[in-house]
Design a protein around this ligand. Sequence first.
Ligand SMILES: Cc1cc2nc3c(=O)[nH]c(=O)nc-3n(C[C@H](O)[C@H](O)[C@H](O)COP(=O)(O)OP(=O)(O)OC[C@H]3O[C@@H](n4cnc5c(N)ncnc54)[C@H](O)[C@@H]3O)c2cc1C
Length: 369
Amino acid sequence: MTRLLIVGGGIAGLTLGHALLKHAPEVDFDLIEKVPAQRPAGAGIILAPNALPVLDGLGLYGPLRDHGHFLPYNQLCDHQGRTLQKLKGPEDRLLSFHRADLHQVLQDGLKNHLQQGISFQGQQQSKDQVQVQLSSGEVRSYDLLVGADGLRSKVRESCGGPDPVYSGYTSWRTVLTEAPHLPGASELWGHGRRLGLVPLSRGRIYLYFTLNARQNQDFLQGDACRIRELFAEFEGADQGLLERFRSDTPLIHTDIAELPHPYWGKNRTVLIGDAAHALTPNLGQGAGMGIEDAVLLAKLLGQHREVKTVLSELGRIRHPRVQTVQMVSRCLGKLGQLQNPTLVGLRDRLMRAGPANATPDWLWTPPLA
Ligand SMILES: Cc1cc2nc3c(=O)[nH]c(=O)nc-3n(C[C@H](O)[C@H](O)[C@H](O)COP(=O)(O)OP(=O)(O)OC[C@H]3O[C@@H](n4cnc5c(N)ncnc54)[C@H](O)[C@@H]3O)c2cc1C
């Protein structure tokens, strides 16, 4: 294996770039990203304690620590802000980021490989090569194509892989500046809706909202103020943040979907991250799973020359963990989105009766660090 194309400069694709430099330095790679350089990315994100040691292994922990915000805990609360369960992260291993900061750190060091503003259009495979058509009009030949192009992966589509399945709830995200100090992250569970409050570095706060809804519905109708009505049940526990919404407050709207059956690719195409196994965001593990995939793939590429072996080993090793995480995340989402008041009351009582610190060691122990 000598030449490889990574499609998608998100968290999984960028991590793979760093991991190749470390674990498979003989592999020559290009990384294409369809979004042009000048457009900043997204709202906030939490990297869990399994993800950070893996990035630390790539020498990235220092810069990540500088841009991230350490969360001493991440708690689940009822709609009035009373704690149901508190997850405490190991020292300095649960960090929140503005996505733009995280992407910046991950892009550093990959400038010689990254080409922004170019998208993957299609592919054709022969026995030894994969020919890739790009939006620039070029056709390039590689030994291996890696799809790290997210939930709606065009690379997956080009292999005949499965389509995402809608979860039944939608989401909005934003970042507010000059926010009140919050010691840790909280997710408030209401009736068919949730509100997340996550402190970020430099006095910013990341807010996310989920709501039971049919797919493709525009509830806000271009007026971000309506978020205050939709999430009014959290008033009093929202640190006064809902009041700060104006009609033009920027909000990112995403219908939550997943790929319940991971798909790892075919022949000379391998998929990682959301492209392979997008999961619901309820465990904060989408990025973590992509990071774990990326490092394992680079290690396999450093050890094996046969593409077939790399693909089968990736699926064999990753499949059980990814499926378990997807399943737990899906169940947590169903619990969090319960709407019936009786069931919500029962849920909250049961959660409160659980262990005070429910740290999920099975999840937060990185398999590869
Ligand atoms: C509301 C919400 C909250 C979340 N919160 C968390 C959290 O706190 N913690 C966590 O770990 N995960 C979280 N996730 C999940 C996380 O965002 C994803 O799992 C993660 O971003 C996936 O990374 P990725 O690199 O696989 O895909 P993506 O981030 O989707 O990156 C794919 C990249 O490929 C590019 N691309 C797409 N098509 C093409 C093409 N044809 N050609 C070239 N480039 C292309 C895209 O522009 C993009 O940059 C959340 C998700 C949602 C929806």
